[in-house]
Design a protein around this ligand. Structure first.
Ligand code: BTN
Length: 259
C-alpha cells in the first residue's frame, strides 16, 4: 500500500513531505535539504526503497519492500530544545516508536534497547539514526527504519534470531504505513512537549521500557569491552552498567545481551 501523503500532511505537524520510490538514503537526502534554510521544518523525506541505507557506525540498513523508511528534519530551538540535548531527544524518539508499535500490537512485548533501537520479543524491529549535517546547525535529521510488512519468516535462521517485523509479530496482519507514521508523529510530539516542559521522568520511563534492564550485557566501545548487569540509564542518558567493581556510565558503544 502506498503512503498517503495528503493524509500525512493533514493529520500531522509536518510542513512538507517528499515520498520517493527509491533513493540512496533518506538521511543523505534530508541532510542535503536541511542545509536549505528556506525549507520550513519539520519536513519528512521517505522512500519505498533505499540503495545505500545507513545505520549507526559503519552499519548499513537493508530495508525490504514493505518496511517504513523515513527521515525527519527538525529545528531543535523550534521544538524548545538545544542541539546539544540530542541524546535525550534520541531516547525520547525510541520511546515514541515503542509506544506506536504497542498501539498497533497491544499484546507484543515491546521495549527499547540503548541507545535507540526498538525491540519486540528480544529482536530488533526498528533502528534510529540521528545526524547533524553541520556541527553548528540547529537542524537535526532523525532517520528511522521500521520493519512493518516485510516478513522475516523466510529469512535465514541467523537473521530470524535477531530481526522481526510488525507483520511477523501480528500473525501475518498487514499494517498501514501511513497510519503508523501519523501515530508516531503524535506520540513523538507529545513526548517532546513533556521533555521541554520537564514533565517526563526520562530515567524512569526509559529504564522501565529498557529490554536490557537487570540483564547481563557487554558494551563494546571499539577499544574495550565491559561486562556487567544493565541498570537502566542516568540523567544524561548514559547506559548504567553494574560491573564487578563499580557502576559504569557508558557514553557510547555497541551493547549485546549475554543471556
Ligand atoms: C541502526 O539501527 O543502526 C539505524 C538504522 C537507521 C535506518 C534508517 S532507514 C531511514 C533512514 N535513512 C538511512 O539511510 N538510515 C535511516
Amino acid at each position: 500500500m502506498e503512503i498517503d501523503v495528503s493524509r500525512l500532511l493533514a493529520e500531522s505537524p509536518l510542513c512538507h513531505v517528499e515520498w520517493l520510490n527509491q533513493v540512496d538514503s533518506t538521511n543523505s537526502r534530508a541532510l542535503k535539504l536541511a542545509a536549505e534554510s528556506s525549507l520550513a521544518t519539520p519536513f519528512l523525506i521517505g522512500a519505498d526503497q533505499q540503495t545505500a541505507g545507513r545505520g549507526r557506525g559503519a552499519n548499513q540498513w537493508w530495508g525490504a519492500d514493505g518496511s517504513l523508511m523515513f527521515s525527519i528534519v527538525v529545528d531543535m530551538p523550534q521544538l524548545g530544545l538545544v542541539a546539544a540535548e540530542w541524546p535525550r531527544f534520541s531516547l525520547i524518539t525510541g520511546l515514541a516508536i515503542g509506544e506506536t508499535i504497542s498501539e498497533f500490537l497491544p499484546a507484543a512485548r515491546v521495549g527499547v534497547k540503548w541507545p535507540n533501537d526498538v525491540w519486540v520479543d528480544d529482536r530488533k524491529i526498528c533502528g534510529i539514526l540521528i545526524e547533524q549535517g553541520d556541527r553548528l546547525s540547529d537542524r537535526l535529521v532523525v532517520g528511522i527504519g521500521i520493519n512493518v510488512n516485510n516478513s522475516f519468516a523466510e529469512a535465514p535462521e541467523a537473521q530470524r534470531r535477531i530481526a522481526i517485523s510488525m507483520t511477523d509479530a501480528g500473525q501475518g496482519r498487514a499494517f498501514s504505513r501511513t497510519e503508523i507514521l501519523i501515530s508516531f508523529l503524535s506520540h513523538w510530539h507529545s513526548l517532546i512537549k513533556q521533555l521541554t516542559e520537564g514533565t517526563v521522568n526520562l530515567v524512569e520511563r526509559w529504564s522501565h521500557a529498557c529490554v536490557l534492564s537487570g540483564r547481563p550485557v557487554t558494551v563494546n566501545s571499539g577499544t574495550n569491552e565491559t561486562v556487567g548487569i544493565c541498570a537502566g540509564i542516568d540523567d544524561d542518558g548514559r547506559l548504567l552498567l553494574r560491573t564487578a567493581f563499580a557502576m559504569e556510565h557508558c557514553y557510547a558503544g555497541t551493547v549485546r545481551l549475554l543471556d
